[in-house]
Design a protein around this ligand. Structure first.
Ligand SMILES: Cc1cc2nc3c(=O)[nH]c(=O)nc-3n(C[C@H](O)[C@H](O)[C@H](O)COP(=O)(O)OP(=O)(O)OC[C@H]3O[C@@H](n4cnc5c(N)ncnc54)[C@H](O)[C@@H]3O)c2cc1C
Length: 516
């Protein structure tokens, strides 16, 4: 496992490749005062990932007075764990989106993701952000469980939704393995997410936005007030909740409309230029019960600080499972081992240097939720963005665009597609729906807890034998739930014991511990 460079992460203990070049946490002051309504703040944004920072950037650039609060440090959440494929190759496939949202809906999805790629590029250029941004091809090849027909259907669908440049070719060129027929998406992109957002932050500050980190928002009190866990309050005309999993779900019940998945990534050393720079995906295991067939996602990252380096890092992700369904070390380790063998069978890799995991929220109808917080129809000044699945970099950027337009009172063509109040039509395979429902009930938003333990609300850990059973047994960096599931205990790397109520503040389920 990697050496940890800093502790305050809100989605697990592992550390991604991105911290190699940005080893210091991106941090600001903690909020230590009340912000009264007389300060005439236009927007409070909660969450310092790509969605929050894109929203803060676009609003502050438009002249709005904005403050952003982040619980950990900047990118403590999923944005610090992403693989940052910037793409309109949506993992739900356009032919499925057409079934669920009609041709018009799928067209708007394609249009908005293409616009997000362009928006990121224009921000990089306009703000002169040095973040390894590059345009490249994306290749989608078949998983062994999938058929050529899937590629044919997607080709027709992408052309119908306005992505005319796609084509099917006989194989991905210049790889050491034969992918078989594959789908080419030209004009995709990649970047270093932390470097990009550091640049975006520079621009937010230039436009007089303010940012506070290590500031946990405990309560949202619509229409205008928020409360921090240190007891400070702040008022603004609008509140945007860009916390990935919304922290204001008592009314919206948005978690009934999406499901949390854990996903795993390895970073392996490869000889420079050995593998063509591109984005790669397979179409995923079609026999899986997951909402989205668990697929592999691949890209290459160079360490620009190390210009003499003869190596690059091949980043490979996959092995997704419903969060909480796997909690013991052995099964988690197996996920990394599977990724490693999948990669070794296809790419000429050397040592594995990085291993990390993260979480994605899969909306039941494949489309993210961005807009007015359900239940806030009257005042319309509380907003959410959630459910961004494996396309959260573009989704987070789309959130910035839509929420800025809504707050500025501008018309935006994508608002109804992304409306969080919609009742999602579910994906087709009904034979699996009852099992999925059960998984869903088990799963029931464990992503929402942003505390010092990694929480799950699922079945009991199958491997409880190897876990500590009392506080005395607890080693450093281990956790346990005690006293009839009332207390969650965690011993940190400094041997300090942390005790919390074991009841999740979201919907009242009991958390369990897992070492990731
Ligand atoms: C392994 C992995 C690979 C991925 N690969 C890709 C990819 O290739 N392409 C792609 O497009 N997407 C990808 N995604 C998805 C994408 O990275 C995420 O969807 C996106 O980064 C989420 O951004 P966000 O701003 O919504 O959330 P986050 O980055 O999680 O930001 C939310 C922030 O809110 C903070 N917060 C939470 N609660 C509070 C509170 N109460 N008070 C204050 N702050 C709070 C958190 O600390 C966090 O920093 C991947 C995700 C993972 C995990």
């Amino acid at each position: 496992m990697n050496n940890k460079k800093f502790e305050l992460k809100t989605s697990g203990i592992t550390e991604s490749v991105w911290y190699d070049e940005v080893p210091q946490p991106i941090k600001f002051e903690k909020l230590k005062r009340n912000i009264s309504s007389s300060e005439s703040l236009d927007v409070i944004i909660v969450g310092g990932g790509i969605a929050g920072l894109s929203t803060a950037y676009l609003l502050s650039k438009s002249g709005k007075k904005v403050i952003l609060f982040e619980d950990g440090y900047i990118c403590s959440g999923e944005t610090g764990r992403t693989t940052a494929h910037i793409t309109h190759a949506l993992n739900d496939r356009y032919y499925n989106l057409e079934k669920l949202h009609g041709e018009k809906g799928a067209y708007l999805a394609a249009e908005s993701h293409t616009a997000a790629i362009n928006k990121i590029e224009s921000i990089v250029n306009e703000e002169k952000i040095d973040c390894d941004f590059e345009k490249l091809n994306g290749f989608l090849f078949l998983d062994s469980t999938d058929k050529n027909e899937s590629l044919d259907k997607e080709l027709e669908a992408t052309h119908r939704v306005g992505i005319k440049s796609t084509k099917i070719i006989s194989k991905v060129p210049n790889l050491t393995f034969d992918t078989g027929p594959c789908f080419l998406f030209p004009n995709q992109a990649q970047f270093h997410p932390l470097k990009y957002l550091k640049g975006v932050i520079g621009a937010i500050l230039h436009y007089e936005g303010e940012i506070y980190t290590e500031t946990h928002i405990q309560d949202i009190l619509p229409p205008n007030e928020i409360k921090t866990s240190d007891g400070y309050t702040a008022f603004a005309k609008n509140i945007v909740i860009d916390t990935n999993a919304p922290i204001i779900d008592k009314i919206s019940k948005i978690y009934d409309k999406q499901q949390a998945y854990r996903t795993y990534v390895i970073g392996a050393r490869i000889k420079k230029n050995k593998i063509p720079r591109a984005l790669y995906w397979d179409t995923g295991n079609q026999n899986s019960e997951n909402t989205v067939a668990p697929y592999h996602y691949v890209r290459i990252q160079s360490n620009k600080e190390d210009i003499d380096s003869k190596n690059d890092i091949l980043i490979v992700g996959g092995e997704d499972h419903v969060t909480g369904n796997i909690t013991n070390d052995k099964d988690i380790q197996e996920k990394y081992t599977n990724l490693e063998s999948w990669t070794k069978n296809r790419f000429p890799i050397e040592d594995i240097e990085f291993r990390w995991s993260g979480q994605v929220l899969e909306p039941k109808d494949g489309i993210v939720f961005i807009g007015h917080n359900p239940g806030d129809e009257e005042k319309k000044n509380v907003f959410i963005a959630t459910g961004d699945s494996g396309n959260g970099i573009t989704h987070g950027t789309i959130a910035g665009i839509i929420l800025t337009d809504l707050i500025l009172g501008k018309t935006n063509p994508w608002v109804s597609l992304y409306n969080p109040s919609r009742i999602p039509r579910e994906k087709s395979d009904n034979s699996k729906s009852s099992e999925k429902e059960e998984e869903n009930n088990n799963n029931n938003n464990n992503n929402n807890n942003k505390q010092e333990y990694s929480s799950t609300t699922t079945k009991k850990n199958k491997d409880s034998k190897i876990k500590p059973t009392s506080l005395q047994d607890l080693n450093m960096e281990q956790g346990i739930v005690l006293q009839d599931e009332k207390i969650a205990a965690y011993k940190d790397s400094n041997n300090k014991l942390h005790l919390y109520p074991a009841i999740c503040t979201h919907l009242g389920c009991t958390v369990t511990w897992n070492n990731s």
